[in-house]
Write a protein that binds this ligand. Structure first.
Ligand code: NHR
Ligand code: GAR
Length: 217
């Protein structure tokens, strides 16, 4: 089984979905550690309650981004992971860090990339009057939210949606696709080669999920 480290900044519901998948046997991976850049990240308590070791590397304790990145990488490498998973992790990572984990660093982003890289994606989707929104799992590259795409899930934007209702609809799909992507990686069906995503067995379109409720109306 591959060793996985999860990086969080807050609630950690995506982390919890991965822990649940690993616990149930649906995800053949050993989640060996959860790291946060904020001591108050509530997901740390969830991880501890599941018996997963945790650590905090508080970005405010470092004079520069590079020093934070170096300390975070040391804390990660202590767990000797095969895969590092960003799950609601809110610090931009530098080129040296990203290069160190090239091909074994995944992120989940709450938009259908390449639309809306960066922050406040649900607010921006509503402001643009989008009808279809969603989430993307991608390999992390130095170019923020522009790494090679692994899987996306789409949801409708409904009349009357606000940021909270739309975020919740997208989050439900995040909890489907992230365990799926990590499982493909764990089963060596997914890898990065020459900067491109390669599936070693055909995914039969499974890397494009349309939420069931999209069919209604
Ligand atoms: N780092 C690199 N190099 N490449 C990516 O693709 C990354 C990354 C680090 C994080 C997650 C990303 C997201 O999914 C991610 C992808 C934080 C910010 C941000 O602006 C933007 C995108 C993402 C994460 N962070 C502020 C910063 O100054 C801090 C914001 C805060 O603390 O609330 O780092 O959306
Ligand atoms: C998720 O929606 C995730 O996609 C998003 O934050 C939320 C974290 O929720 N990530 C980003 O915005 C990264 N900048 P969680 O902590 O409950 O998994």
């Amino acid at each position: 089984m591959i060793r996985v480290v999860i990086l969080i900044s807050g609630r950690g519901s995506n982390m919890a979905s991965l822990l649940a998948a690993a616990d149930s046997g649906a995800l053949p991976a050993h989640i060996v550690g959860v790291l946060a850049n904020r001591p108050d990240a509530s997901g740390l308590n969830t991880a501890s309650a599941c018996g997963v070791p945790t650590a905090v590397v508080d970005h405010r304790q470092f004079a520069s981004r590079e020093e934070f990145d170096t300390a975070m990488a040391a804390a990660i490498d202590h767990f000797a992971p095969d895969l590092v998973v960003l799950a609601g992790f809110m610090r931009i990572l530098g080129e040296a860090f990203v290069r160190h984990y090239q091909g074994r660093l995944l992120n989940i982003h709450p938009s259908l990339l390449p639309s809306f890289p960066g922050l406040h994606t649900h607010r921006r989707a509503l402001a643009e009057g989008l009808r279809i929104h969603g989430c993307t799992v991608h390999f992390v590259t130095p170019d923020l939210d522009h790494g090679p795409i692994v899987v996306q899930a789409a949801v409708p934007v409904l009349d009357g949606d606000d940021e909270a209702t739309l975020a919740a609809r997208v989050l439900a799909q995040e909890h489907r696709v992230y365990p799926l992507a990590v499982r493909w990686f764990a089963e060596a069906r997914l890898r990065l080669a020459d900067g491109r995503v390669v599936f070693d067995s055909p995914q039969d379109g499974a890397a494009a999920l349309i939420a069931p409720q999209a069919a209604g109306g």
